[in-house]
Write a protein that binds this ligand. Sequence first.
Ligand SMILES: CC(C)(COP(=O)(O)OP(=O)(O)OC[C@H]1O[C@@H](n2cnc3c(N)ncnc32)[C@H](O)[C@@H]1OP(=O)(O)O)[C@@H](O)C(=O)NCCC(=O)NCCS
Length: 172
Amino acid sequence: MTPANPNDGSADGKNPQIALVPLTAAFASVASALHAKGFDDAWDEDAIIRLLDVPGAFGILAYRPGDAAKNAEDQPLGFVLMQTVLDEAEINTITVDPDARRMGVGRALLDAVTDRLQECGVNRILLEVAVDNDGAIALYRQNGFSEVGRRKGYYARAGGRKVDALVLERLI
Ligand SMILES: CC(C)(COP(=O)(O)OP(=O)(O)OC[C@H]1O[C@@H](n2cnc3c(N)ncnc32)[C@H](O)[C@@H]1OP(=O)(O)O)[C@@H](O)C(=O)NCCC(=O)NCCS
């Protein structure tokens, strides 16, 4: 994996262990494997390619660069998949490998999409998150998102249990 531009080599200038590249169809299997670690209803490669194919869609993949001297390969860390429509964007999904959580990867992905969206003239980001997903809600709140709605029974859990979704918004 090669960073798209030199500035992407360090996600936020603070953590040189996190590099970012555009998520293209070539990385669909990597993204699918990451998704399976984050969600029960994992998306396969085809689903990821289809979502990336929609006009206005884009994704960013985070990885830890390998050390060639030690023959260590790049390690995928997480990814985010976005959908833009005119001046709004939605987070389709964001996930970080369980072994790489609480290291700033999620924040780095959100920072990167925000930069890109601002360049494209997008001024509003929306997302849905399950009310019981405390970690994700904490990440979003910490990144300036606030609640603008609630969808009753939006997510179906094992055993048929329904869970509400919060609709969060961030103006950028
Ligand atoms: C939600 C998720 C993407 C967060 O990724 P992450 O890389 O661990 O997040 P970061 O390390 O960048 O966290 C940034 C801040 O968000 C908050 N945060 C993130 N995860 C948290 C958790 N589990 N509990 C409490 N706060 C959390 C903290 O404020 C954290 O800063 P700190 O570590 O300095 O305290 C990750 O937990 C994940 O992949 N979950 C499974 C998939 C998922 O639920 N995706 C969201 C669907 S809507």
